[in-house]
Write a protein that binds this ligand. Structure first.
Ligand SMILES: Nc1ncnc2c1ncn2[C@@H]1O[C@H](COP(=O)(O)OP(=O)(O)O)[C@@H](O)[C@H]1O
Ligand SMILES: [Mg+2]
Length: 272
């Protein structure tokens, strides 16, 4: 069955123990597009992604991922590459980069089956896509933060997905490494044509790279092309009036001042 949207939300609400994390979300992510999902901490970005992947069940509304109910993706699951937020590697265990990437195939080959030459070949191809092939035999513990993040993305790419979802891939990186990763993800999008969803709270920077953004603050504050949605009212609705906006090139950049209440504390929640 064909579909024009890789992910579609229709009036979707998601709660944790009856506390709403997302309310009445409706939008679609077209096949082949590059989307940024932005919003402050606790705004529901990871919840949205997990709902699209079928890891959380909506309290209300309809979700379609690759044209299917996400609870019922079956073998389509291997067409989705996912790098969760806080994806971590165990550095106490000696592992080569190539082995980490091959782990992405465990879903297909089973945890206790041997990694064959063919699997290593696929892992090398994935490493080439993140321009890390010359690091294949390095110990993972010897890499920089940005290089590790690329290895995690290669692990998600090894199944050759048509949809790649990266949840805050730059969270642990400094500004320059983040910029490098964004540039590199843009190149991957251009060259592969795969649908890429990039979750971040790094709103100014990501706007320069993606085709479209969805601005979350429990509700969908705005969505569309960065130049159409990145205006002061959207940003205020997303971050509260603690946000300062300033122009830079075509897309506004912003700084977020410390904001004690971004709208969640009225629910008695303490954090995200
Ligand atoms: N497992 C959970 N149990 C209870 N509440 C949660 C859980 N995960 C997230 N939340 C709450 O849901 C809201 C949205 O969280 P999340 O989707 O992680 O936001 P973001 O990714 O934008 O930081 C937050 O208020 C958070 O505290
Ligand atoms: Mg998150």
């Amino acid at each position: 069955m064909t579909h024009t949207y890789d992910i579609e939300f229709r009036d979707v609400s998601v709660s944790y123990d009856h506390l709403p994390a997302l309310e009445h979300i409706s939008f679609g992510i077209p096949t082949g597009s590059f989307w940024g999902i932005i919003g402050p901490n606790g705004s529901g970005k990871s919840t949205l992604v997990k709902t699209a992947l079928g890891l959380l069940k909506p309290a209300q509304g309809t979700v379609r991922t690759l044209g299917h109910d996400p609870a019922d993706l079956g073998s389509l699951r291997s067409r989705i590459g996912y790098v969760p937020q806080y994806a971590a590697l165990d550095f106490t265990f000696p592992l080569q980069v190539i082995d980490v990437v091959a782990m992405g195939l465990y879903g297909k080959i089973g945890l206790f089956r041997r990694v064959t030459r063919r699997h290593r070949l696929l892992a090398m191809e994935a490493l080439a896509r993140v321009q890390m092939q010359e690091f294949s035999e390095r110990q993972i513990s010897a890499l920089s933060g940005g290089q590790r993040q690329r290895v995690l993305i290669a692990r998600a790419l090894v199944v050759n997905p048509s949809l790649l979802i990266l949840d805050e891939p730059t969270a642990a990186l400094d500004h320059n490494s983040s910029e490098g990763l964004y540039d590199w993800i843009s190149t991957l999008h251009r060259e592969s044509g795969m649908t890429i969803i990039l979750v971040t709270h790094d709103i100014g920077v990501v706007s320069e790279h993606v085709d479209s953004i969805a601005c979350l603050n429990r509700t969908l504050v705005a969505h569309g092309r960065p130049e159409d949605v990145m205006h002061a009212p959207t940003i205020e609705n997303m971050y509260g009036c603690g946000a300062l906006l300033f122009g830079h090139g075509d897309v506004p950049h912003m700084v977020v001042r410390r904001n004690e209440d971004n709208g969640r504390s009225k629910n008695g929640e303490t954090g995200g």
